[in-house]
Design a protein around this ligand. Structure first.
Ligand code: ADP
Length: 469
């Protein structure tokens, strides 16, 4: 099958969160299943700067119209791990320092989708177009007008981001009649909602864990009621497939970022060496007996930032430390709080290198999210022998096994709806560190199977279940 993954970000070129990991590792897994895989994404400024070699791979160029506006688009191709990456160069929209977060994001990703649509029509080689999140979600509607029928799938990685446009944007950006607004396919409240459009028009839709699939179907109020739309209109076409992890990239035995590599056989020495080296490099004392907690995260409300702040005053009594690497809209508030406690070290930036070391150096990884469609960090932490402390939501619930599971346990799972759930779990983890100590959980976590093979097959089954073609 010829599969095109359409995305706003993808490793190894750019990343703001788990979506970039997903595209990279899922693409590789599909190639292992003997599929022909392509990825298409914007040619951001950061990719140009960090990967100038891509400029040598000129592939195509074309013009298209967004209403009266003529847009030019250059296409560059670069192949990694058997996956063909296509970069769409549209300087006006994407030659900027950041991936997202601009006032005209709607126009930017509308231009991206229109360009992808033109690209697909010009080359006409794909059997399946797999869209990801709001930035790509109008494409299934556009592809309905493609002369050759193409199977479409939309995966929802984060329903909190939906892409809110206006009625007139249907014609302004997508050359669609504004009557579409009341067709039932695109409107949510008073907005033209990109995510809803994809939900209504893709052949199949998915999200990234079984629990989050059920959460969306049963919770009709969160995320502006998008779950209700899925439940009422697309229940039978909606599945949850849990993400795998790139176990080549995230492997403590071979990870080049680490001070010392280690496996399940020598994790005690390996983790200790990384811990000491990291603390020294940050100018922190190693003179504490309690656990080293960590979090590596976007500091957005979804991630339970208040809960991280809530545990700061408790660190001293536990003789513990907390190191956090993060950026996001709550970063200044988080910095203010972290400065009150000498036990907390906050690194306010995006730092891939340090993230690898911190996963290896920590004893516990905190991920107290209010919702988490899948989550990547808990998988990485388990693989690195760092015991996760998570809320019982979405993919966290699917992938971490609580202490109450006895011999199978890999971490601590608390009830998200319990007011004291997180802090009680934090206390429990601090005392558990001394008695009986972490061993079973570390070994289970490190031995876990987080690969993509099963999930990649599930996606292939999903593609094959589209029977109209
Ligand atoms: P989300 O996609 O919602 O942000 P995930 O847990 O799925 O959450 O993925 C987050 C990924 O981004 C992980 O690989 C994590 O290590 C990485 N990450 C998040 N923030 C940072 C940061 N400040 N520095 C380095 N890596 C980060």
């Amino acid at each position: 099958m010829k599969i095109l993954l359409v995305t706003g970000e993808a490793l190894p070129f750019c990343k703001s969160g788990g979506l970039a990991d997903f595209i990279f590792s899922f693409g590789k897994a599909l190639v292992k299943e003997n599929q022909q895989v392509s990825v298409i994404l914007p040619f951001y400024q950061t990719i140009r700067e960090k990967h100038p070699e891509i400029m040598h791979g000129y592939y195509d160029s074309f013009d298209f119209y967004m209403n009266w506006r003529q847009q030019g688009c250059g296409v560059f191709k670069h192949t990694v791990n058997g996956v063909d990456y296509y970069f769409l160069a549209m300087d006006e929209w994407f030659n900027r320092p950041n991936l997202y977060g601009y006032d005209d994001d709607i126009a930017r990703f509308a231009a991206f989708m229109m360009a992808v649509n033109t690209f697909i029509t010009r080359h006409n080689v794909f059997d399946v177009v797999h869209c990801n999140d709001w930035q790509t979600a109008v494409l299934p509607l556009l592809l309905r007008y493609n002369p050759n029928p193409i199977k479409t799938v939309l995966t929802i990685h984060n329903p909190a981001y939906q892409g809110y446009a206006r009625r007139e944007d249907l014609s302004k950006y997508f050359n669609l009649h504004t009557d579409y607004f009341d067709s039932g396919l695109v409107r949510m409240g008073d907005c033209f909602n990109f995510l809803k459009t994809g939900i209504m028009t893709a052949d199949k839709i998915s999200t990234v864990s079984r629990t989050h699939c059920q959460e969306l179907l049963h919770d009709h109020e969160s995320f502006g009621g998008i779950g209700a739309i899925i439940d009422w209109c697309r229940h039978n076409d909606f599945v949850g497939i849990v993400n795998g992890l790139d176990t080549d990239l995230w492997n403590p035995q071979t990870d080049k970022h680490l001070y010392q590599n280690y496996s399940v056989d020598n994790y005690v020495e390996g983790k200790k060496a990384n811990k000491v080296a990291l603390l020294n490099s940050l100018g922190m004392s190693c003179d504490f007996k309690g656990p080293l907690y960590s979090a590596i995260t976007r500091l957005s409300s979804q991630k339970g930032v208040e809960r991280l702040i809530q545990c700061m005053p408790q660190l001293k009594a536990a003789d513990a430390r907390l190191i956090v690497i993060g950026t996001g809209e709550m970063e200044d508030n988080f910095l203010y709080n972290s400065l009150q406690y000498p036990e907390v070290y906050f690194i306010k930036r995006y730092d891939e290198n340090l993230a690898h070391i911190l996963y290896a150096a920590s004893d516990y990884f905190l991920m107290p999210s209010y919702f988490e469609p899948c989550g990547t960090s808990q998988l990485i932490s388990m693989r690195y022998g760092t015991v996760p402390i998570v809320s019982n939501v979405g993919g966290l619930n699917d992938t971490v096994k609580d202490l109450s599971r006895g011999e199978e346990a890999t971490g601590f799972v608390f009830n998200n709806k319990d007011y004291f759930g997180f802090i009680n779990c934090f206390y429990a983890s601090a005392s558990y560190f001394y008695n009986p100590g972490l061993k079973r959980e570390i070994i289970n976590g490190m031995n876990g199977d987080y690969g993509w093979h099963l999930s990649a097959k599930e996606y292939l089954n999903l593609y094959n279940s589209i029977t109209w073609k």
